[in-house]
Design a protein around this ligand. Structure first.
Ligand SMILES: NC(=O)c1ccc[n+]([C@@H]2O[C@H](COP(=O)([O-])OP(=O)(O)OC[C@H]3O[C@@H](n4cnc5c(N)ncnc54)[C@H](O)[C@@H]3O)[C@@H](O)[C@H]2O)c1
Ligand SMILES: [Zn+2]
Length: 361
């Protein structure tokens, strides 16, 4: 049975990527195979797969520039154009080989080319493996806004492995790992403890693959409960309200903060608020803060930044009340409260405690 016929089988965790891909492609029997890469995955990953996978060795290569600033309409147009020039038709298959930028754009291109062709995501960054490659969201940045245009469309298959992470920097690994910590916190105390005792910068490919499987399972559970992100899926916003405001402030300071770092720091704030509102256990808060201090450091803010940070949080599209900001918080790991209204005074208090906990002046 092909992955397409059985919607339950749209995610495979394996470090035998080439073999799996070849088996799946043979079953899907597309009229042509196209593989989308950016300049980095073309240099670091494509040759490895071409050497081992017949499907990839014979595939037509479609190239885009690397990085968030190229997740735009020009790159999307270029993908559509290259698909046409390499004779893709409605029965063709697109393999997205890359990080979240490649899978977000490739999925959108595949979902729209000829009104939709099959596509497989093969994530090559940890952030993409744990987050971007599953859940059905895709799209591009547009008009200065992130993910402004896109749609929901599941990949026919995502093949998650840890094979390609050895050319990622520690910073990229830690950025992806923050989303794994988030999944653990919205799942259970056991998974939280397990993740807090793992050092991703010194990973073992098999143990990390197992952790990824557990972590992505958490995302899938929330996505299945709320495909279009209207309710339960908001659990996955843990740490993102404050995190996005840190990201925006860092951009204004012209020293961008990787998304995962912003989330790791944002979750310190969210757990402090969780303690203030719901008595989130202090031992887990302290263990989390210790992990963040050791691996991520701290995003430096002073009380002079609070006004700006609050303004960013009020701009967040998920807020509909002017007097409060809706947060995703926790009673304890796995006990999630969504849409908790939090006042500016509470956020200010939480930011004071954030600075204190992370040793900022
Ligand atoms: N669709 C979703 O649900 C979802 C969820 C989370 C994030 N995202 C999106 O994902 C993007 C961020 O993902 P990302 O961090 O993977 O971005 P990315 O694709 O830009 O990858 C980061 C960098 O690593 C390089 N790279 C990729 N694989 C490599 C490898 N194996 N070795 C060396 N270099 C490699 C890339 O070329 C790029 O320069 C954002 O655009 C974000 O909006 C989407
Ligand atoms: Zn995130």
């Amino acid at each position: 049975m092909s992955a397409k016929e059985n919607p339950e089988v749209n995610l495979i965790f394996t470090n035998h990527v080439a073999q799996t891909l070849d088996e799946v492609v043979e079953r899907m029997n597309p009229s042509s195979v196209h593989v989308l890469v950016d300049v980095n995955t073309e240099a670091f990953v494509l040759p490895l797969l071409q050497a081992e996978s017949k499907a990839v060795a014979n595939a037509k290569v479609i190239r885009v520039k690397a990085g968030e600033m190229f997740k735009n309409l020009d790159s999307l147009t270029s993908i559509w154009k290259q698909l046409g020039e390499t004779d893709a038709n409605r029965k063709s298959l697109l393999i997205n080989l890359g990080g979240g930028v490649v899978t977000d754009m490739g999925a959108f291109a595949a979902a729209t080319f000829k009104r939709g062709i099959a596509f497989i995501n093969v994530p090559t960054t940890l952030l993409c493996a744990v987050d971007a490659c599953v859940g059905g969201k895709n799209g591009i940045n547009f008009n200065g806004l992130k993910n402004e245009v896109g749609m929901f469309r599941d990949a026919d298959l995502a093949i998650v492995s840890t094979l390609y992470f050895n050319t990622l920097t520690s910073q990229e690994l830690l950025s992806g790992y923050a989303e794994m910590l988030k999944h653990a916190l919205v799942c259970s105390p056991q998974l939280t403890k397990k993740m807090l005792s793992y050092d991703v910068t010194n990973y073992n490919p098999d143990s990390l693959l197992k952790l990824l499987e557990e972590s992505v399972g958490v995302k899938q559970k929330y996505v299945a409960a709320d495909r279009e992100d209207r309710g339960a899926r908001r659990a996955l916003n843990l740490g993102h309200t404050i995190g996005h405001s840190f990201e925006s402030l860092a951009l204004e300071r012209k020293s961008p903060l990787p998304h995962g770092y912003a989330v790791a720091f944002g979750m310190v704030g969210a757990l402090v608020l969780s303690r203030m509102k719901f008595e989130f256990p202090s031992d887990i808060l302290n263990a989390y803060v210790e992990y963040v201090r050791r691996h991520y450091g701290a995003f430096e803010i002073s009380c002079d930044d609070y006004k700006r940070l609050l303004a960013f949080m009020h701009c967040d599209k998920k807020n509909d009340r002017p007097d409060a900001i809706n947060f995703t918080l926790l009673r304890s790991p796995g006990e999630v409260e969504i849409n908790v209204p939090v006042t500016d005074d509470d956020i200010t208090a939480a930011l004071d405690i954030y600075r204190d906990l992370l040793g900022l002046p």
